[in-house]
Design a protein around this ligand. Sequence first.
Ligand code: GUN
Length: 284
Amino acid sequence: MAYIIDGKAVSAQVKAEVAAETAKLKERGITPGLAVIIVGDDPASRVYVNNKKKACAEVGFASEEYALPAETSQDELLSLVKCLNERSDINGILCQLPLPKGLDDSTVIEAISPIKDVDAFNASNVGKIMIGDYSFLPCTPAGVMELLKSANVDISGKECVVIGRSNIVGKPMAMLLLHSNGTVTVCHSRTKELAEVTRRADILVAAVGRAKFVTADMVKDGAVVIDVGMNRDENGKLCGDVDFENVKDKCSAITPVPGGVGPMTIAMLMKNTLTAAKLQNGIE
Ligand code: GUN
């Protein structure tokens, strides 16, 4: 039976550290502020946004929610972002993705000031990550790195396989593993003989978005398996991209869903917002 990497515990620790630093900032009259924009009524986005606001309250941040109707125009959304860019009490701006049809994710992301882009999604921040000189790391891959650290997983020289090449997870995940000297392979829907590739992995990260996609035959004995997925199974129960019940007996460590990567994404968002507040106030 594998070691179950406890994302709830690690995220609580990260949030406690953020809360302690926030308390010190508040003594200097600075309260980190996060603006969260949600457009339309996607139920999953609503849950994520509620969790983000709850985390802000836990660590002592000010948060503002902008819930806009699905019919919002691109111009309206861009003027809201512009207004938030100009406010000194707002240190981080996050627009929950995906946006409804008719709105362009990347135009909105690019409109967010790079110093307030706490998701680290805009081109300037992505470019900084590529060259290894960054202020913010994208929250989910950064959370995965914290989980690997917490489980004392040494990445250097290891075969790392990432399934999924999204801008939000797969691509930056590959980059962070590379920065830690992993030997990284990125797989996707066109990858031939996927199981052969994944079976090489000492560290396997699944970010496919398909319930129980990674089965035991795709996993090497003793691998570390990180599940970024958040899906519903045939009974409507929350599950990841990994067939946890069968894979857990084969690997050395694994993240559960829920309670693995999910809570880390939010904890890292808090960390990025704190960093943004410090940078914008000239504090190292
Ligand atoms: N949609 C899914 N994950 C994320 C995330 O980390 N940030 C934002 N803004 N939208 C998302």
